[in-house]
Ligand binder design. Structure first.
Ligand SMILES: N[C@@H](CCC(=O)N[C@@H](CS)C(=O)NCC(=O)O)C(=O)O
Length: 234
């Protein structure tokens, strides 16, 4: 049995889509990051980095329970476990390259673009411009790569598509103010529409809908999500 530690945010969304695409049985464990549940000792034992997603798998390697944290690690772990969504062996260099491009570039710069445009104090023009433009630059790299391609790697749906889908689903927040955030990225727009049409996407989007996650942003939320803004007293 897989326990899936979840909050309705982009990185857990990737894992939800893989679990649904693979048809793996799993149990959702809500982690309300706006309430600070990611900082409990019990959750830190599963992800010492205190972020979602994470999973535990009672049937890990050697039949022992395993924990896996960080969305890209989970995608690779589950894809290897099911031997699905990895593309052809000769495509592994491309798969790893695009996975890391998303994990270390597209995702983090998108996340910082959201932070500085939606959560940070106003007036930080340098930071807003840097992260917004770096997010746009990553969009351009992916857009150019997708010319003439149905999928990011080879000619099949892989965990690279799943990983990119997680953050591109937040394009309207990343590219704040754009009427159509994909207007300047026609190849991403075409690719994204095709991924969205997959039946598993609707099921992935339904994950966690039966849980009332905290929606308000108050002092507790800010301290939970941005603890490094509140240095502990010496
Ligand atoms: N590199 C990690 C990043 C995980 C991450 O930033 N998760 C966010 C949700 S998308 C989170 O847990 N935020 C709450 C917090 O940072 O306290 C991954 O890909 O899983």
């Amino acid at each position: 049995m897989i326990r899936f530690y979840f909050h309705p945010t982009p990185n857990p969304a990737k894992v939800a889509l893989l679990l649904e695409e693979a048809g793996l049985p799993y149990e959702v464990v809500p982690v309300d990051t706006s309430k600070g549940e990611q900082h409990t000792a019990a959750f830190r034992a599963i992800n010492p980095n205190g972020k979602v997603p994470a999973i535990t798998d009672t049937e890990g390697p050697g039949g022992r329970e395993a924990r896996v944290f960080d969305s890209t690690a989970i995608l690779l772990y589950l894809a290897e476990k099911t031997a699905e969504f990895l593309g052809k062996p000769e495509e592994r260099p491309e798969l790893l390259s695009w996975l890391m491009f998303i994990a270390t570039g597209l995702g983090p710069f998108s996340g910082q673009a959201v932070h500085f445009q939606h959560a940070a104090p106003t007036g930080l023009d340098y930071a807003v411009n840097r992260y917004r433009r770096e997010a746009e630059r990553h969009y351009n790299v992916l857009n150019d790569h997708l010319v003439g391609r149905q999928f990011i790697v080879g000619d099949s749906f892989t965990i690279a598509d799943i990983s990119a889908w997680g953050w591109l689903g937040r394009a309207s927040r990343v590219l704040k103010g754009a009427e159509d955030p994909f207007a300047a990225y026609p190849e991403i727009k075409r690719w994204f529409a095709a991924i969205e049409a997959r039946p598993a996407v609707a099921r992935a989007k339904a994950v966690g809908k039966d849980h009332a996650f905290k929606a308000t942003v108050d002092e507790e939320t800010k301290r939970a999500l941005f603890p490094s803004n509140y240095p502990s007293a010496a």
